[in-house]
Design a protein around this ligand. Structure first.
Ligand code: MG
Length: 204
């Protein structure tokens, strides 16, 4: 499986990163080894001094497809979950400056904690109107609603599948809202869709 991450898909996050939102979806990949499951702890890596959380709605692909038309994209996913796009912001900043690839900042081991439980999309009236949030040590640090996505889920699936074949089990991280920030050893993170706690782990 592969993990496809969308960049700058919320206006206020694009601004906080110091740029305007893109005209087309931006994406990058994380390998399978980036996954962190079962609420296992995240061990702060020694290659960075500035790991940031980015809470994101995660779409699990349920059917193989390529060149998917937007109007058919809803047939390619049945469940959503929540995950964190852990980012070594110090490395990312340097690599952006130099025009280097982002993998070192984004694709490292366990940079993609994902809740074990996914929710059927039939549970929601509208997948483009779902609240989600992240708490750090019991305080809300990020809050979003999928209605604020610049490119909605169906458009992301259609767009990415023009370039990369989507396979069953692939995960799409759909972008983070504003409020990204640092973690430190000893922090605990909890991520929620609506009021449901779906991801809960410690930084060690
Ligand atoms: Mg992200």
């Amino acid at each position: 499986m592969k993990i496809i991450c969308i960049g700058k898909n919320y206006f206020d996050h694009a601004l906080e990163m110091g740029g305007l939102p893109p005209k087309e979806p931006l994406f990058f990949l994380k390998p399978e080894t980036a996954l962190l499951r079962n609420n296992e702890p995240f061990y702060y890596p020694d290659f960075s001094n500035e790991i940031h959380y980015e809470v994101e709605i995660v779409v699990r692909i349920s059917k193989m497809g390529k060149h998917i038309e937007k109007r058919f994209a809803h047939r390619y996913y049945e469940e959503i979950g929540i995950g964190i796009d852990m980012t070594a912001r110090d490395i990312q900043r340097l690599h952006k400056e130099k025009g280097w690839p982002w993998e070192k900042a984004k694709a490292f081991d366990h940079s993609a904690p994902v809740g074990n439980r996914f929710l059927p999309i039939t549970k929601f009236e509208d997948v483009q109107n779902i609240n989600f949030h992240l708490e750090k040590n019991g305080e809300i640090v990020q809050q979003g609603n999928t209605k604020d996505m610049i490119f909605p889920i169906d458009e992301l699936i259609s767009y990415v599948s023009q370039f990369i074949t989507l396979k069953t089990g692939d995960l799409i991280f759909t972008g983070t809202p504003e409020g990204v920030g640092p973690i430190k050893v000893g922090d605990s993170l909890q991520a929620f869709i609506e009021d449901e706690l779906l991801l809960d782990f410690e930084i060690k």
